[in-house]
Design a protein around this ligand. Structure first.
Ligand code: NAD
Ligand code: 6OH
Length: 534
């Protein structure tokens, strides 16, 4: 179900295959849409902006750091900005500023005032929509079309949804009968948890950062945010939006830098933060958990996945192939929810493999700003090397490379970027590293199954447990199989269809806790239960 607020242009649920948002949008191949106004002058124009310094934002001011590092455009390998790395002193300033904000004016703001501010931040993002699209695309190489359809609208929606939710969040109350025949009233009030550290990855930079900042502010906290070193630009723009929306000093602080031995580590080991929320790799989550154990700080982790898709012979075939194309290749496969393991009922296996091959070969890999582009590059040279190492392992392991498996050649500046071909593998053992480890690229392995039980067993045979998708027209089977998936999210006949009120998170190596809706409010609040003897 879609919920709508009193500004009906924004849907809280943003299906991946959404319809165009305005009349000015144009359709491009594979059903994606893009707004004309963000298109570049020429198809081959790189979205790179002139070199500038991306600064930290601490206590309401933009400030430099201890050194500069390069922000690289993955589409052509050019340096697009210099980023100011925050050292331990600046991280400390940010935490202190956040603490002062909690003790100051911000600490006395009521729910309605905070909600009004969140709506203003959403409007501020929309007012600078094109800048955000360009910044996100320049940092990640993702098609403008995708940033316009998914990342930036979702960032604005995150603020609206949590503004709505905090205004309507109920209190828990219990009337208690006591042994002496009297009564007591218990009710829980929501208080901010304090200074929240927020660390986010590069794949959906603004979407994932605002997914945590919005509920944290809705609940009255002050935040210190560290975006990925690969994608500092949209977070820096967001700091401008925060300032212009009238966010009090110190409520939103942004520190740039790397993880281990750098800004991320300084933040997680700082004694002044009260909670830490993180999205990224499972290995990093483990390191952060260790640092947070020291002060017994609450953590919320959204981590990696090795997500299965189970395709039954009775599925709606064309629809399934179309949606599985997104499930495997969206954002060049760099979505934690992407299906990297596809299990197909044997009677339609050969058909499905050929249909997906055709689909993969129809995708346009190219410049982010080109309206025909479906797939951009991977995030970095190092990440491409990781993905290529899995392609090599697949070959060495005797896989059939149904399509792809290599680096595309363009004969222009894109050859300096970090592209790989959309790739489909078959024929590997379930124990192969390509089938057990998260690759995080435009690649999947497809294997046949004979029985429902076998499919469920293969899908669940993993240390991860983020998301699964099931494709069938048999309603009873859909319910039966969905319940058996050891994951946090199961989609039936769809993928990445989000309602932001629902619990989102993973089991096993895929995460700790749930965010979304009331689950976010509970993580970003302390509940103080008050018991009154009547
Ligand atoms: P990453 O773990 O390498 O980095 C994420 C963030 O953590 C970055 O800001 C990084 O600088 C910081 N960091 C790294 N080491 C740190 C340390 N020791 N202390 C503090 N901070 C540290 O992840 P990534 O490569 O940026 O993102 C890709 C990964 O994220 C994939 O595994 C993907 O599945 C996962 N992811 C999960 C979800 C989800 O919702 N479950 C969403 C998006 C991405
Ligand atoms: C991972 O790459 C995607 C995560 C998506 C969300 O956290 C979300 O709220 O949709």
């Amino acid at each position: 179900m879609l919920i709508r607020d009193n500004q009906p242009s924004i849907e809280h649920s943003i299906p991946v295959n959404d319809e165009p948002r305005t009349r000015s949008e144009v359709k491009i191949p594979n059903g994606m849409s893009v707004q004309n106004r963000v298109m570049p002058e020429t198809a081959s124009e790189s979205p790179a902006a002139p070199i500038k310094e991306l600064k930290n934002f601490v206590d309401g001011e933009f400030v430099s750091g201890v050194r500069l590092f390069d922000d690289i455009n993955p589409a052509d390998g050019t340096v697009i900005a210099q980023v100011a790395e925050a050292g331990p002193e600046l991280v400390d300033n940010a935490v202190q500023a956040a603490r002062r904000a909690l003790d100051g004016e911000w600490g006395s703001w009521g729910v309605r005032q905070r909600a009004a501010l969140l709506y203003k931040i959403a409007e501020g993002i929309e007012a600078r929509f094109e800048e955000f699209v360009r910044a996100e695309s320049a940092d990640t190489g993702k098609p403008f079309a995708l940033a316009s359809r998914l990342d930036i609208p979702r960032a604005a929606a995150n603020f609206r949804v949590f503004a709505d939710l905090i205004k309507t969040a109920p209190l828990e109350a219990f009337e208690t009968e006591t042994a002496d025949g009297k009564r007591a009233l218990n009710y829980a009030v929501r208080k901010p948890i304090g200074v929240v550290g927020i660390i986010t990855p590069w794949n959906l930079p603004l979407l994932l950062l605002t997914w945590k900042v919005a509920p944290a502010l809705a609940c009255g906290n002050a935040v210190v945010v560290k975006p990925s070193e690969e994608t500092p630009a949209s977070a820096t723009l967001l700091a401008e939006v925060m300032r212009d929306a009238g966010v009090p000093r110190g409520v939103f602080n942004l520190v740039h830098g790397f993880g281990e031995g750098s800004t991320g580590e300084h933040l997680v080991s700082h004694g002044g933060i009260n909670a830490l929320t993180f999205t990224g790799e499972s290995r990093t989550g483990a390191a952060i958990m260790k640092a947070c154990a020291e002060g017994v700080k609450p953590v919320s982790f959204e981590l990696g996945g090795k997500n299965p898709a189970i395709i039954f012979a009775d599925c709606d075939r064309d629809e399934t192939v179309q949606q599985m194309s997104d499930a495997i290749f969206l954002n060049t496969g760099q979505v934690c929810l992407c299906a990297e393991r596809v299990y197909v009922e044997r009677s339609i296996y050969s058909w499905f493999v050929s249909a997906m091959k055709e689909r993969a070969e129809s995708l346009n890999v190219g410049w982010p700003g080109d309206e025909a582009t479906n797939l951009g590059p991977l995030i970095s040279a190092a990440h491409r090397e990781k993905v290529l190492s899995y392609f090599r392992a697949a070959r060495d392991g005797g896989a059939t490379i149904v399509t792809g498996g290599d680096v595309p050649k363009f004969g222009d500046a894109r050859d300096n970027g970090f592209y790989v071909q959309p790739t489909i593998l078959t024929g590997l053992a379930e124990s192969s590293c390509c089938v057990t480890e998260e690759i995080f690229g435009p690649v999947c392995h497809i294997a046949p199954f004979d029985t429902e039980e076998e499919a469920v067993a293969m899908a669940n045979d993993t240390e991860y447990g983020l998301a699964a998708s099931i494709w069938t027209n048999d309603l009873k089977r859909a319910h039966r199989v969905a319940r058996q998936m050891n994951v946090g999210i199961t989609w039936v006949n769809c993928w990445f269809l989000r309602d932001l009120r629902t619990p989102f998170g993973g089991v096993g190596l895929s995460g700790v806790g749930r965010e979304g809706g009331v689950h976010s409010l509970n993580f970003y609040s302390e509940l103080n239960n008050i018991c009154i003897r009547l």
